[in-house]
Each structure stands twice: as structure tokens, then as C-alpha cells.
Design a protein. Structure first.
Length: 370
């Protein structure tokens, strides 16, 4: 268990945060650039000294202003994966990995070189040097080195930000495997909703050095009032659902959730597996009458529970379809359809708009409701 309650005054920011991270879970520290995310993880790692507060990890005090305690970096048992890979260019991959190991006989090696190379698929790269690797391969080595330090906490500060989009999709499953196998708490710093949805159990939303909201990924992202921070363009609804069927002929998977069945092209899994899907608000349409002869596969009955109107040609509508789902339409459509709170309507989601690469495979003890 990690417990953080710190304050730090900088030239451009006053940081004041308080949150906890449980063992074996991933917490996404989410916010825009300059929000205070990196300052927070640097304080936890011991790279920055807070002005006030305390930080504890598994009942060990890492920092306490009142007690005058501030453990140095090497005594905190924290693995850190930075935005850049920071590998030693003159060393092979194997030597880079082993550099993270504590001195022999100093600590029991719970995480071994063999385990890391298998988890991160590094066996074929061990004798190569960093400059011969792709960006994704180098970052996998960085993650492995951090794990071999035998950490009790893993900090990942936007580890995929410098990697091409197609390589990010390749690395995310490796990070997910690590969480499942190693079972240590992970703080994953990101401003990507897709990465948070894919990996995180919980989310801490930070803005201008303050925590605006914390809780499950679904509870934070699905709020209309947090759009200015979570990002309007990518904003939408996170749906937790259970895999129930795969149509091999059309290559379409079906996910069951309290609102009905969500059809996703290219998605396959085991019956009963739990997934988390992101439905963007701009990909949701509404109709007062049940549509006929349309190509849209996902159709749900719903009722408007809230409407957010700002100084924009667009409006966001919160609709109850068994779970809350958000649709973005024009103010013109809102007016012409005479939509108000309580209006019953049909909600449509294009199946092809749901990117299977952004769908997270979550723990099977997680409920399938939002």
C-alpha cells in the first residue's frame, strides 16, 4: 500500500495531493501537461523533496516533514520507468537488465532475469545493444531493468509518449502481463485516455496541482463536468462488460453489459472474460424513433438525464441506457429534436468506431457494471 499526502510549491505550480494505491493494482495519474503528474511521482521516488506532508510504502516511511525523514532514492525500493529509455549504449541488453539487480546476497530476488525476459519477450535481444533496437524494444528493456531492482512499487512516467502509436499497442499487453504476474502497486502517469482505460484499475485526476477526482476509471471518465480536464475530443463513456459470443464468420465479438449487447469488430476472447471498452461521445448518435434499415449494429433504448451546453456549436447529452452513456450532437440537432431532460430516445453506436486496441482485458473479479 502506498499512501501519499504532500505539498510542494514550485515557480509555476503549487502541488497539494493526497491519495492511496493498493498492492497489485494500477492507478493512472491522469491530467494535462503541467498538471503536476511528474512532480508527484518524482516526489514519491525521492528525486524531489516535498515541502510538507508524508509518503509511506508498505508501512515504511519514505518521507515525513514533521519527523525530518527523507529516505534517499536507493533505499526506497521503487522502480522508475521514464519517458525516455535511458539505457547504457555501450552495454548489451542483458547487461542493461542486470544493472538493475541489487548486489548479491543483499536481497532475495523475487523477480529474476529469466522471469523478466519471458514476461517482456526479451530472450532474442539479450546480446544486442540499445542502438540496434526499436523504440518499443528499448522501452521493454527499461521496464525489465526497473523490475529487476526488486521494487515494492513501480512508477511509470508516460513510458509510451515517445513511441509511435502502433508500437504503443504492442507494449500495453506486456505491461498488463507484468501487473498480473508481479502484483506490486503501479502508478502509471499518462494524458492518454486509451492507455488509462486499457491498463488502470483506478484513476487520480489532477489539474493545476490539485486532485479533482479519484476512483475507478469508469467513475472518473464518465462524468460530464470533468471534460475540461479529461479532454473533450477523446471524451466519452467507459463500459465494463463480459464477453459472451464470437461470430467467426463476421469476426465480431459481443460484450454483455447492463444496457444490452455491445458488438465490437475483431474482438475475440474467452466466454466470461471481462473487458472495458471506450465509446467516444462523438461516435454516439440519437433518434426519437427506432431506426430501420441502418448499418449501425449497436442500438439501445435510453432516456436523457442531463444536458451540458457550453459556448460551442456542440452539446453533450448524458443518457441512461442501463448505464450512463454520453452522446455529442450539435445544438441545432438538440433544438430540432426538442430534446430535454427526461426525453426517451434510441441511442446508436457504430461498431466500427470502437477500436479493439483500446479495449482493456480486466480482472475477472471486476463487476460488469459501470
Amino acid at each position: 500500500m502506498l499512501s501519499v499526502e504532500i505539498k510542494k510549491t514550485l515557480k509555476t505550480l503549487t502541488l497539494d495531493v493526497k491519495f492511496e494505491v493498493s498492492g497489485g493494482t494500477v492507478t493512472a495519474l491522469f491530467g494535462k501537461s503541467g498538471a503536476g503528474k511528474t512532480t508527484t511521482v518524482n516526489s514519491i521516488a525521492g528525486l524531489i523533496k516535498p515541502d510538507h506532508g508524508q509518503i509511506t510504502l508498505n508501512n515504511k516511511v519514505l518521507f515525513n516533514h514533521n519527523l525530518g525523514t527523507n529516505l534517499p532514492v536507493y533505499k526506497r525500493k521503487i522502480g522508475f520507468v521514464f519517458q525516455g529509455d535511458r539505457l547504457f549504449p555501450h552495454m548489451t541488453v542483458k547487461k542493461n537488465l542486470l544493472f538493475g539487480l541489487p548486489k548479491p546476497n543483499k536481497i532475495h530476488q523475487k523477480i529474476t532475469l529469466d522471469m523478466v525476459t519471458k514476461l517482456l519477450d526479451l530472450s532474442s535481444l539479450l546480446n544486442r545493444r540499445p542502438q540496434t533496437l526499436s523504440g518499443g524494444e528499448r522501452q521493454r528493456v527499461s521496464i525489465g531493468r526497473a523490475l529487476l531492482s526488486q521494487p515494492e512499487l513501480l512508477l511509470m512516467d508516460e513510458p509510451l509518449s515517445s513511441i509511435d502509436l502502433h508500437l504503443r499497442a504492442e507494449i500495453l499487453p506486456f505491461i498488463q502481463k507484468i501487473v498480473a504476474e508481479v502484483k506490486i502497486p503501479v502508478i502509471y502517469v499518462t494524458h492518454s485516455i486509451e492507455e488509462a482505460i486499457y491498463l488502470a484499475d483506478n484513476m487520480v485526476l489532477i489539474s493545476e496541482g490539485q486532485i479533482l477526482r479519484e476512483g475507478s476509471v469508469e467513475a472518473v471518465i464518465n462524468r460530464l463536468d470533468l471534460y475540461p480536464v479529461t479532454g473533450r475530443y477523446d471524451s466519452g463513456t467507459v463500459i465494463s462488460a463480459q464477453f459472451i459470443k464470437y461470430d467467426k464468420h463476421f469476426d465480431i465479438g459481443e460484450l454483455k453489459f447492463p444496457g444490452g449487447i455491445l458488438k465490437v469488430p475483431g474482438l475475440n476472447g474467452k466466454i466470461g472474460d471481462n473487458f472495458r471498452a471506450h465509446v467516444k461521445a462523438r461516435d454516439v448518435s440519437v433518434s426519437l424513433k427506432k431506426p430501420k434499415d441502418v448499418s449501425i449494429l449497436n442500438l439501445f433504448n435510453g432516456k436523457i438525464v442531463d444536458i451540458r451546453i457550453e459556448n460551442s456549436p456542440q452539446v453533450d447529452i448524458l443518457i441512461d441506457i442501463g448505464i450512463p452513456i454520453i452522446a455529442r450532437i450539435t445544438r441545432k440537432s438538440l433544438s430540432e429534436l426538442q430534446l430535454t431532460k427526461g426525453t426517451k430516445l434510441f441511442t446508436m453506436v457504430k461498431a466500427v468506431a470502437i477500436d479493439k486496441k483500446s479495449i482493456g482485458h480486466i480482472k475477472n473479479n471486476t463487476t460488469s457494471t459501470v
